[in-house]
Write a protein that binds this ligand. Sequence first.
Ligand SMILES: Cc1ncc(COP(=O)(O)O)c(C=O)c1O
Length: 410
Amino acid sequence: MAFAAFRSLGYLVTIVRAYPPVYSQVRFHSVLKAISTLVSPAAQDYRAEVIRALEVRYPGKTAVVTDSGTSALALALRLSGVRSASNSPRVALPAYGCPDLLSAALFSGHRVVLYDLDPQTLEPELQSLRHALALGCSHVVVTHLYGRIVDLEAVMHEAKRTGAQVIEDAAQHAGGSLDGVRGGGQADWGVLSFGRGKGINAGGGGALLIPQMESAASLEALGVTPAVSGMLGLARVAATEVLSHPLWFGMVKTMPGLGVGATEFHPLSGIHVAPLTACTLLLDALAQESTLLRHRREVASYYRDALQRFPDVLFAPTASDEEQGALRFPIKLHTPPDRELEHLGVVQSYPRTLADYPQIADVLDNPSHAWPGARQLARSVFTLPTHSRISSTVQRAIVNRLIALVSVSS
Ligand SMILES: Cc1ncc(COP(=O)(O)O)c(C=O)c1O
């Protein structure tokens, strides 16, 4: 009787167990330390400490810490605009990616042209980028999707010919690097995010990396306002840490109103300095980065080896395969994953291209372009989780289930 009850409980646990697609642990003691910043006068030093820690990781750069990656990108667009050869603020954005790119462009008053991505590598499609730049752009933004670090040399070459500033949006770099240069350090202007779904999780926050000789003294003139209270962010971090546990995440993700897993457009309402609570969490996140990164790389390498027999599913290896951030492991699927795979954290990350967001309609200057690469990616890219809660048993379950799915559909 007791055995049957135990077995039923075990069965229940198995069926409700579910894994978030992306997760970076926030430790309990760093949440407590962050709470103490609200009363501790010493906390004032944490922001300076974060800036120092970032500047050590990015030699030759000055770091400005903001309340989000989106606001850091908006600031990059404003600050670097002064140096641009073009006097009409127009930014070339990748047609496939995070809608926050669009929020930053709208906030900083830029018109937008979209360029396509290569559906085999997730990197900029150079011909399409050239067409976009030929329309007259003050900026081009390049992203490192899912921790795959793009070599920016060719993009910087194209941009230099037209006088556009390159902004390297490394929100998703997750500690990945190329020839020893961390994501965010290749171009003159780098953007980082420390949000929940990123490799360095401070529950929120971002940073702009600017060339050292550039002056950030006039931040106020650029509309950067003092930090708002970090209490809400802290409460969100603590709740996310608890709710993302595999034992109940399956239930949590079905709850209406939480928006778990949804990719939505959020307008940016302002650019603030990062709150001290986020700076405290960030110091701890930076300290545990290498441990989490090692695990993610091992998981990604397991997936790559296990799926080698199905080359259509895999993306071409990047130049930086050994050094990638492996925030997630992207694959191409023509049959959507079943419920079991969804429970194991396999999801479609961006089901729409940026051209499909209604908010872009009034500012898009190349609406008649087709972006076939981005459309293909929006249809077929799914990501496998690589984070610290993905044990070897879960990795095997994901691979076995995927192989069954791919074998049936091919
Ligand atoms: C490429 C990219 N840029 C910018 C952002 C915005 O960062 P944040 O969520 O910190 O505002 C994101 C967020 O997912 C992103 O993926």
